[in-house]
Design a protein around this ligand. Structure first.
Ligand code: ASC
Length: 155
């Protein structure tokens, strides 16, 4: 690869990463305690999703080992690791959690479990490049479904 192209790609990668961090820092500014912990966890999920998404879109070199590691990371965030970050009524600003979470706890729990399950399936698919996009899409669908139901709309 020509060095100019390399530099361009490096700058684009850093700028992309900084964009995610800046967005997360803005949305999560001033968060404390458990609200900060879960916003940080969501930020790590977003970053990990973007890392894999970047590979699938050819923005970052494709690496099945990194996809497997990312999938494991996504999986670890799900299930009880996710639900324990939502103690009853923890809604302090700048939380974007809806009170419906606690009124529909089983449904919320099911989404959290689904994250681990779909991420586990992505890990299992990671060595079969043709299976990765659908498995990755299923993880993203889980993120989206839970956000649509249980996260406040951003303006
Ligand atoms: C992300 C992110 C989300 C989900 C969602 C998937 O990377 O920040 O909220 O994926 O967009 O559809």
């Amino acid at each position: 690869m020509k060095s100019g192209v390399k530099i361009f790609l490096a700058v684009a990668l850093i700028a992309g990463g900084a964009g995610v961090s800046a967005h997360v820092a803005m949305a999560h500014g001033g968060a404390k305690g458990i609200v900060k912990e879960r916003m940080d966890a969501m930020g790590d999920l977003a970053k990990t999703m973007k890392q894999v998404g970047g590979m699938l879109r050819g923005k970052v070199p494709y690496d099945p080992t990194e996809i497997a590691q990312a999938a494991e990371r996504l999986k670890q965030h799900g299930g009880s690791e996710m639900t324990k970050l939502f103690p009853d009524g923890s809604l302090e600003a700048p939380s974007e959690a809806k009170p419906e979470i606690w009124a529909n706890w089983q449904k919320f729990e099911a989404f959290a479990n689904d994250l681990s399950e779909k991420a586990g399936a992505l890990k299992a698919a990671s060595m079969d490049q043709s299976a990765v996009p659908a498995a990755f899409g299923a993880v993203g669908k889980t993120c989206k479904a839970c956000h649509e139901e249980f996260r406040l709309k951003k303006d």
